[in-house]
Design a protein around this ligand. Structure first.
Ligand code: PMV
Length: 329
């Protein structure tokens, strides 16, 4: 008996470099793809059953393809991949399949495993069914799926990083997706030991904006200026300026209330160990911080983060500017 071939696609994690939260309200941000990947493998079946195996699913999730398209409930560990299947099938015929996902990294880090698994699933499914998608179409379908899974919340910057890779200047909802030819950036990454919910922290920032619209609007405007300065400083590889701009970016995020004592402790430790600058990366509340430091200071900065004494905190080894979504051999 011959089995249909399995198609595997992968997509990279991401790190927000500058501009989080403001990007939700139309300001640009700068994001880089990280060389930790999520893989999705699709094998078509000749019946209409969909069987999903994923690290966060205690047991495989099974449903009929048509029921998935009609909105069948999915367990939390399969929410993004089910939304990805649905996004694909709005414009293609549903079909039975087995889908298995795997990640190089813990979803707790907040490095974009949800957007990466969504992109990898759309890419693998389209390749398995012979549908040709260009990068823009892959972005669109994947972003629709992420919006469905996150109750309409999300600028799509993480989806853009997963699709295009490299380092990008991004404006939501994908109006501008501009590659910045920077190569690898001298970053050290620290996990705070706390997993944060993006939707919760985006909603908190939105709450502050409702209560103090004029003030928060000024902060978004400052963030926009900051991102544009950062873009120029990155292009000059002016690391001291890039670091100062990270410090200012972190100050603005503290002002809107999304930093935490743990993130601040790691950020101060990195600065004291000789980083040019440091900031939280993403929605805040936990997840990761990033520090920009000359290569010669990396060991000292990493040692300071590892020695923070915060339970669960650790350095995450990551290289930036990774390749975007691809089909694996
Ligand atoms: O927490 P993360 O890594 O998903 O990043 C969220 C970044 C925000 O700007 C706060 C939200 C968004 O979708 O851009």
């Amino acid at each position: 008996m011959t089995h249909p071939p399995t198609v595997t696609a992968s997509a990279p994690a991401k790190l927000m470099l500058y501009g989080e939260h403001a990007v939700v309200y139309g300001a640009p941000c700068i994001v880089t793809a990280a060389d930790l990947r999520v893989r999705a493998s699709v094998t078509l079946r000749d019946d209409d059953r969909v069987i999903i195996r994923a690290p966060l699913l205690p047991e495989p999730f099974a449903a009929r393809a048509d029921d998935i398209l009609r909105g069948a409930d999915a367990p939390p560990g399969a929410r993004f991949v089910v939304a990805a299947l649905r996004a694909c099938w709005r414009t293609a015929t549903p079909c039975g399949l087995e889908l298995r996902t795997q990640a190089d990294f813990s979803h707790s880090y907040g490095l974009g495993s949800s957007s990466a698994v969504t992109v990898a699933t759309v890419k693998a499914l389209s390749a398995a069914t012979g549908r040709v998608l260009d990068a823009r179409q892959l972005f669109r379908l994947s972003y629709d799926a992420v919006l469905e899974a996150q109750e309409g919340i999300g600028s799509g910057y993480d989806v853009a990083a997963a699709v295009f890779g490299g380092t990008l200047y991004y404006v939501t909802p994908g109006d501008v997706i501009e590659p910045l030819p920077l190569g690898e950036l001298p970053l050290v990454i620290g996990y705070s030991g706390v997993k944060a919910s993006t939707t919760e922290w985006v909603q908190r920032a939105a709450g502050l904006r409702e209560r103090h619209p004029a003030l928060v609007q000024h902060i978004w405007r400052l963030m926009q200026e900051l991102v544009d300065e950062a873009r120029a400083a990155l292009a000059r590889r002016d690391w001291p300026a890039c670091g100062r701009l990270m410090d200012i970016n972190h100050g603005l995020l503290s002002a809107i209330g999304v930093s935490t004592a743990r993130l601040d402790a790691l950020i101060h430790a990195a600065r004291a160990a000789g980083a040019h600058g440091a900031k939280l990366s993403g929605a805040g509340g936990g997840d990761c911080m990033i520090a920009l430091a000359d290569e010669g200071r990396h060991a000292a900065v990493a040692a300071a983060l590892d020695g923070s004494g915060l339970p669960g905190a650790c350095v995450v080894a990551v290289r930036t500017g990774a390749e975007g979504a691809r089909i694996e051999a």
